[in-house]
Design a protein around this ligand. Structure first.
Ligand code: GDP
Ligand code: MG
Length: 442
């Protein structure tokens, strides 16, 4: 699986602070394969990867995530975005009935979907009417009637014995019927063929023109994979539609069709069908589909957790510095300052910890420019100087100032500040801090 392959890539990336061009390319290659395996159309994959790479290059270095995790996070966010971000809802007509027309190939799941949608709407207190406008196959009307019975939704069908009947007439009459009987929604089931053909498109277009639906839903089987894109385009040209219902997501299709259709037609995916039973149906959730396409649910959960626990772990790390017997060094000092600045709102938590209020006050006066300068100064020190700042005499101060592009007075200021912080840390350690998380004896 993609997870396995990426895990291999990641192992070699671990510990790196930033996404290098090579990391981006290696990871992008794996994601690309995964998308192709999920049946995403090639042009869509190309566009998508190019876009993601660009974003990855500009990505901020994250402390919580390793480069590869960060990359996947970007991929996931972009997938969700392309799949529509938030789910879109049905738009209802101001003057009932709202007319919903289903279009799609034979076997795509239209008739089943009519029942599912009807039941779903009824549970929201709508009063739908199902309409049998597929008069192409002998059994089509009966099939809808059976579905309607199971869903407990009335069905409008041509009178038996009236010959084959005209689907356009049936559709038109059904809207009248709905108005008379106070059905606020009409769901029109139409005929499909196994392949796209002119006559079928024309019939669907005629029904469309006769009833002017508020929503035309293109129903498509996720299992048809790469073909979905061509079919989606043909129906868009031949009939047009407002949104897509994706069916048979219970199969092993990874759902790349969703991404392709969305990307190529620009139409939102509104519903997802996941089985033969009437209950196997829901509004489409872009985030679920994204993790299905990536097939990396576990990885995504991990990433989320890593981010969430990051802030906690940073606080714990600070607590354990306090708890350790080692003396507080300039490295610790730098780490603490950047952490406290980064934590932002968590800052206020420090005030609640015994003894930490002072330190917070001292550190929160530091702004970003200060922090940059302090970082530069400390980086210009040798490891020995950082461990034991007492050795930083006049000539060392001059060297450090020159090396960091600062003034000797900056170095002096920093060293003074550090000694104050160190003194404070020693006091805290000796005095102990009851209740401090991570502290021994708490
Ligand atoms: P239509 O020709 O477009 O009206 O398609 P149907 O509604 O008759 O469905 C064709 C077949 O697909 C039927 O056997 C349905 O039971 C089945 N089907 C429809 N939706 C789903 C689904 O989401 N999952 C599965 N597994 N089967 C489905
Ligand atoms: Mg049907």
């Amino acid at each position: 699986t993609l997870s396995d392959r990426l895990t291999t890539v990641f192992t070699s990336l671990r510990g790196k602070g930033r996404l290098s061009e090579e990391d981006i390319n290696t990871t992008a290659r794996e994601i690309r394969l995964a998308l192709l395996e999920a049946d995403v159309a090639l042009p869509v994959v190309r566009d998508f990867i190019a876009h993601v790479k660009e974003r990855a290059r500009g990505a901020e270095v994250s402390k919580a995530l390793n480069p590869a995790q960060q990359f996947i996070k970007i991929v996931n966010e972009e997938l969700v975005q392309i799949l529509g971000g938030e789910s879109r809802e049905l738009s209802f007509s101001k003057t009932p009935p709202t007319v919903i027309m289903l279009a799609g190939l034979q076997g795509s799941g239209k008739t089943t979907l009519a029942g599912k949608l009807g039941k779903w709407l009824a549970s929201e207190r709508d009063t739908p009417l199902l309409v049998a406008a597929d008069l192409q196959r002998p059994n089509a009307v009966t099939q809808l009637q059976v579905v309607g019975e199971r869903a407990e939704i009335p069905v409008f069908a041509p009178e038996p014995g009236n010959g084959v009947g005209d689907p356009v007439e049936v559709a038109r009459e059904s809207v009248e019927q709905a108005r008379r009987n106070n059905h606020n929604v009409v769901i029109i089931d139409t005929a499909g063929r196994l392949g796209v053909d002119e006559e079928m498109m024309q019939q669907a277009a005629d029904i469309r023109d006769a009833v002017q639906p508020d929503e035309i839903l293109f129903v498509v089987d996720a299992m048809i994979g790469q073909d979905a894109v061509n079919t989606a385009q043909s129906f868009l040209d031949g009939v047009g539609y407002d949104a897509v219902a994706l069916t048979k997501l219970d199969g092993d299709a990874r759902g790349g069709a969703a991404l392709s259709i969305r990307h190529i037609t620009g139409k939102p995916i509104m519903f997802a069908s996941t089985g033969e039973k009437l209950e196997d149906f829901d509004a489409f959730h872009p985030d679920r589909m994204a993790s299905r396409i990536l097939d990396m649910g576990d990885m995504l959960t991990l990433i989320e957790q890593a981010q969430r626990t990051f802030e906690e772990s940073e606080v714990e790390k600070m607590a354990s510095t306090l708890a350790s017997d080692d003396d507080f060094t300039l490295d610790d000092f730098l780490e603490q300052m950047s952490m406290i600045r980064k934590l932002g709102p968590i800052n206020s938590l420090l005030g609640m910890m015994p003894g930490m209020g002072q330190m917070r006050d001292q550190i929160s006066n530091v702004d970003d420019a200060d922090l940059d300068r302090i970082t530069a100064v400390i980086r210009s020190m040798t490891p020995a100087e950082r461990r034991n700042p007492k050795i930083i005499n006049g000539s060392r101060r001059l060297r450090i100032a020159n090396g960091s592009g600062t003034q000797v007075s900056d170095v002096n200021g920093l060293v003074t500040r550090f000694f104050e912080a160190q003194k404070m840390m020693r006091q805290m350690k000796n005095g102990g801090m009851p209740g401090m998380p991570g502290m021994p004896g708490s």
